[in-house]
Ligand binder design. Structure first.
Ligand code: ZN
Ligand code: ZN
Length: 391
């Protein structure tokens, strides 16, 4: 426990999760598998999480805050008839239709909205929805495994309650949906640190994307090189997030913790480790207290190494929100419980430590680091000028 002013030791963060979430399932061959919740929630519980809330369905009116009603109607039609021809991003590929897809997606959205409402009411200080962070969903289009943009809907809730929201997106993919939904809103700053769109889906998130005509400086993008690891990634997080928070003066922090930048992840090309995730999450906690009276809503996100990486990444978010240091070792009971299943998917052995060993991957070569460092510098200096920041 820390004794920092403003940090209430012993107050357990809220975790939004329930079995209904397992219904968000694009099928057995899809990388975003509900199998991640078994080992993931189980490690969080073994780590100490016990304050859980079942998500609720978002209403059509709540979804309409950011999604076009004809899109919601389309998702509903696919939910009862998955065989309909492809439309609005739903169909074969990243977002295949499945029975009940509206209800499952509205449950993730409702979970994030409900978590935010509790933070706004002051009944919770920190909350985390592991299933949330569906950051690619657009106003009228499904994209990148995301149907409804739960995390953007939570931001809108805070915005409507008069908050200035800093959104930090750590997923390896650019947070394009959230950026687009608040592109012209000066009260929401979206900050995304990701692998460059030149190498990875969705292709956006360049340095030049800095906000719409009515909100110059409402977006910061840090497109890192493919192959970047802890050295570059942490430098980016530790340089730009505190500086942006200081200049923007948010009253609410919302974060997305996709762990697909990890060295083991099969879908992207970065080499980050859980050691860097732990430093990032504890920095975010510090910033929530420094700038936003502790108001902090966190979500999961991408992450496709579902036994070795996702459970530890979620647990590290919970630990930071609980103001606890990561224990040295992962519980033996957890490893025993999931070892066979993990092995069946080629993910052995399950890690014995929360923090990856320093030698899991070689440090970023100087040349790579220098390129990334220059990207961070350009992103920050351009933003400070556009936003009139550095106040
Ligand atoms: Zn805290
Ligand atoms: Zn991702």
């Amino acid at each position: 426990m820390t004794g920092d002013a403003g940090r209430e030791a012993g107050v357990e963060p809220l975790v939004v999760h329930g079995d209904g979430i397992l219904g968000y399932d694009f099928g057995p061959a899809h990388p975003l598998t509900p199998r991640r919740f078994g080992p993931g929630i189980s490690l969080m519980r073994e780590t100490g999480a016990s304050h859980f809330l079942e998500p609720r369905l978002a209403t059509d009116e709540e979804l309409a805050r950011l999604h076009r009603p004809d899109y919601v109607a389309t998702v509903r039609r696919f939910a009862s008839d998955p065989g309909l021809p492809p439309r609005m991003g739903i169909g074969p590929g990243d977002c295949p239709a499945f029975r009940g897809m509206h209800e499952a997606s509205a449950l993730v959205a409702g979970g994030s909205i409900e978590a935010m409402d509790r933070i706004l009411a002051g009944t919770e200080q920190h909350a985390f929805q592991p299933a949330g962070g569906l950051h690619h969903a657009m106003a009228a289009r499904a994209s990148g495994f995301c149907i409804y943009n739960d995390v953007a809907l939570a931001i809108a809730r805070a915005r409507d309650a008069g908050h200035r929201v800093l959104y930090v997106d750590l997923d390896v993919h650019h947070g394009d949906g959230v950026q687009s939904l608040f592109w012209d809103d000066p009260e929401v700053l979206t900050l995304s640190i990701h692998e460059t769109g030149e190498a990875l889906f969705p292709g956006t998130g360049s340095l030049e994307e800095t906000g719409g005509p009515d909100a110059p400086g409402s977006a910061i993008n840090v497109p890192l090189e493919p192959g970047s690891g802890d050295r570059s990634w942490l430098h980016a997080v530790e340089t730009i997030v505190p500086a942006a928070a200081k200049a923007f003066r948010p009253t609410m922090l919302v974060t997305q913790h996709g762990c697909d930048s990890h060295a083991f992840d099969p879908l992207a090309h970065q080499r980050v480790t859980t050691t860097a995730y732990a430093r990032a999450t504890s920095l975010l906690d510090e910033l929530a207290h420094r700038h936003a009276e502790g108001r902090w809503f966190a979500t999961g996100g991408g992450g496709y190494d579902v036994y070795r990486v996702v459970p530890r990444s979620w647990s590290l978010v919970w630990l930071a929100q609980a103001h606890r240091e990561p224990p040295a070792e992962t519980p033996v009971a957890w490893r025993e419980r999931w070892a066979d299943e993990a092995a069946g998917f080629g993910q052995s052995p399950l890690p014995a430590t929360y923090l990856d060993a320093r030698d899991l991957v070689a440090s970023d070569p100087d040349q790579l680091f220098e390129r990334d460092r220059s990207i961070v510098e350009q992103a920050l200096s351009a933003w400070l000028i556009i936003s009139g920041g550095d106040r």
